[in-house]
Design a protein around this ligand. Sequence first.
Ligand code: AMP
Ligand code: MG
Length: 404
Amino acid sequence: MRASAYPLIDADVAAALVLEHTPVLGVEHVAVGDCGGRVLAEDLVAEAPLPAFPSSAVDGFAVRASDAGKTLRVVGESAAGRPFHGAIPPNSAARILTGGVLPEGADCVVMVEEVQLAGDAVTVPKALNAGANYHKVGDDLKPGDRILAAGVQLGAAEIGVAAATGRANLPVRRRPRVALMSTGDELVEVGKRPGPGQIPDSNRWALLAALREAGADVSVLGIAPDEAEALRRLVVAALLASDALVTSGGVSVGTHDLDKPLLESLGNVHVGRVKLKPGKPFTFATLDNHRVAFGLPGFPVSSLVTFEVFVRPALRKMQGFGQLHRPSLPVRLAYDAKPTADRTEYQRVTLHHEGRELVAETTGSQSSSRLMSLAGAHALVRVPAGDQSLKAGSMVEAMILALP
Ligand code: AMP
Ligand code: MG
């Protein structure tokens, strides 16, 4: 063991450094059918009104409100996609179906339930309101209206409104291409029987799921040995086609921890140690051509907590998200949260509802080797460094991973 040459950086300072050095990726035009989950790169502005024509909201008769109480002659029909041609003459009506164009001359639609029909004569109620029962031109959008703002994630409704305005393609940010690698001579492929002293490479699958959830396009590199040259070859090859490198293991201060010297030889290490628990050895570097590298600690919980704190917001910045961070909500502690003297701690909790409040219960031992402290957790409670416990019953902010 040797002492680390890297200063211990405050957790918030480290998070700010990561974001500061993370680039926003470029724009590509993607078919609306493939835009789900992507982030809009530019404001979308309406060029034409929506609806583009006055369209009936009901099935009934298009009439003049001034003809209230009269018996009118039915002169034709306006169905969806098959308009009535021309204007309706005085003392007449046109049958109209939902989505049909309101014919010229008409100024309201009477519902079919409200009329009396005899052959081609229709008697309309005594009180009619001009403007009733049809959607006016531009009710939904007027030309120049902002449809969607840059930075929104495209979900079903956003894709729907873009398609309604006739957009076949949308400008979205490129998804980050991330190379994912596990390091360690003790690791074996999941599914293979571990030999003496070996363990399954579980981080790969946990991080793959986390990366995909965060929008990354991941190439899985597998397991790199604890050997400097082999590691260098794998990393250099992986970087050719990636925006970011995510490794787990090999960042603490042991003789087999090769990640920091390698990143240093390839670029600039901005964060080498953090006042964070779990996750003290977290490493962040920039490489040539705007690429970034995240060296996550090997302990499974440490790798996922540092992913949440540093990597996920960075991947969201790359994609142009307006909102980089998980939602934060006040929760009531059901336990005494004991702090660590010199490090910000993210304690894993489950949440349940009590009345209108969310109550946080610890997931048990917070050892960073204990993946069960994170499995099933709903939130991370941030416990500031110091000697002051956050007492049971107090309200604290929690980073929400999933609501119960
Ligand atoms: P390291 O950061 O390489 O010193 O690893 C710290 C601890 O995490 C050791 O007990 C490793 O065996 C374990 N570890 C490292 N990589 C992985 C992985 N990919 N999957 C599961 N455990 C790991
Ligand atoms: Mg290792």
